[in-house]
Design a protein around this ligand. Sequence first.
Ligand code: MN
Length: 203
Amino acid sequence: MAVHLHQNDLPGGLDLGPAVAVDTETMGLAHGRDRLCLVQLSAGDGDAHLVQIAPGQRDAPGLRALLEDTKTLKLFHFARFDLCALRAGLSIVCAPVYCTRTASRLARTYSDKHGLKELCRELLGVDISKQQQASDWGAAVLTPEQQAYAAGDVLHLHALKEKLDAMLAREGRAGLAQACFDFLPHRAALDLAGWAGEDIFAH
Ligand code: MN
């Protein structure tokens, strides 16, 4: 595994393939208050690219080109949060997307545990650490522990997608899952527009 650290944007000419795993780290959970600090990406080849976003930075053209490219599928775990962070921080409207958490909610109805750690353990037999989850992602220099943690969050999403897709197909829910993935960018837009706490489909 190699971790590549980049400042402000992805370098030009980097090809991450037809499906790229993406994750973000922020200062906290409130979009608008808590800035976007880090965007992690992986082609699913065991390598990770970490892009540090500076305070006050509002654009990243290379990142935007990749994340808005309709021919590249972006894989997330809990896409709803990351889509909001990318939109609020860099005005990136990311699509098309796949979400391993949403896929798990639809496929693994025998469980109420849909965290990344749980999915990696059950479906891949891989133990990932969540120890650095709450740490200062706004620091100018990330610790080796933070870098390893941040990379770990994008290294298994391709393998998880393969397992979850098989389960969704088996249970006849692939179409429903796709419809949910297609709606996710709009769900994020609703969150940022003031409907974060509400189910607009409820009576
Ligand atoms: Mn993460």
